[in-house]
Design a protein around this ligand. Structure first.
Ligand SMILES: C[S@@+](CC[C@H](N)C(=O)[O-])C[C@H]1O[C@@H](n2cnc3c(N)ncnc32)[C@H](O)[C@@H]1O
Length: 241
């Protein structure tokens, strides 16, 4: 199934334990085998956007109909959380034939104004009470007590984080990395589900996997490009050392 299981086993060497596995493979070929081994598989991903990005091993220029059909086919099989452009999510939703249970907007500053991408939850619900934000006015005594008692205010259905830029501390050599803080929220909102395994079929630099590792949720990362698998491996190694 996996072209290179060695990538995974080496994370566990010398007593380092990771919660996941990396598969250097085409997700359309292997996702069902991988999901069959998990009790409650849940897909969390941002797929290639089909806008001509320069990936090493993958042409980001599919026929549009084929692109949506192939994504819908795998997302329809499992509870799925998908990050995409708003209009692309609408198109995907039409193709899937089911409405998302919830949509969260990720707002980010751009050179001109703010922009947003959306995160659609199909067949699974985010629990916003599980990720807490610091209250405003932390110097106010009552706010301080409230913060201490509750751990902060619940999150809501929009979040604001910068995109990962070349100058960002977390930047790897992957061309379109998601912000870790964003994926920490997404995985945090799912953390009330017991026994789930998160599968990211388009894992890129492994941001979903890192968020799962930090939140204590088992994960599987599938990435067709071997050099990106190595980035995932290195990031996870940094988490478990
Ligand atoms: C938008 S990027 C994911 C970025 C990732 N969320 C991150 O934070 O780094 C999509 C990734 O999907 C990979 N990909 C494209 N087609 C694939 C396939 N059929 N199977 C596995 N990976 C694939 C590309 O190589 C690319 O790294």
């Amino acid at each position: 199934m996996s072209k290179d299981a060695g990538l995974t086993s080496s994370i566990a060497k010398e007593g380092m334990m990771s919660l996941g596995r990396i598969y250097n493979d085409d997700c359309f070929e292997c996702i069902r085998d991988i999901a069959n081994e998990c009790e409650h598989p849940v897909i969390v991903t941002d797929p290639p956007f089909n806008i001509g990005y320069h990936y090493h091993d993958y042409s980001d220029h599919m026929d549009e109909g084929e692109y949506y059909r192939s994504l819908a086919e795998i997302f329809n099989e499992y509870p799925s959380v998908v990050v995409h452009y708003p209009e692309s999510l609408h198109r995907l939703t039409l193709e899937m034939g089911i409405a998302p249970d919830r949509v969260v907007s990720w707002v980010y500053p751009s050179n001109t104004r703010r922009q947003h991408r959306d995160i659609a939850f199909y067949g699974i619900q985010p629990d916003f009470t599980l990720v807490r934000r610091p209250y405003k006015n932390p110097n106010d005594k009552r706010v301080r007590e409230l913060q201490k008692r509750t751990g902060g205010g619940r999150s809501y259905d929009w979040v604001e984080y910068n995109q990962v830029k070349n100058v960002s501390k977390e930047k790897t050599s992957h061309p379109c990395q998601m912000p870790l803080a964003l994926m920490m929220d997404v995985i945090g909102w799912l953390s009330g589900y017991k026994d789930i395994t998160v599968i990211d079929p388009f894992a890129g630099s492994g941001t979903t996997a890192v968020a799962c590792e930090r939140r204590g949720i088992p994960w599987r990362a599938i990435e067709v490009d071997r050099s990106y698998c190595e980035i995932i491996h290195d990031r996870i190694e940094g988490e478990v050392e």
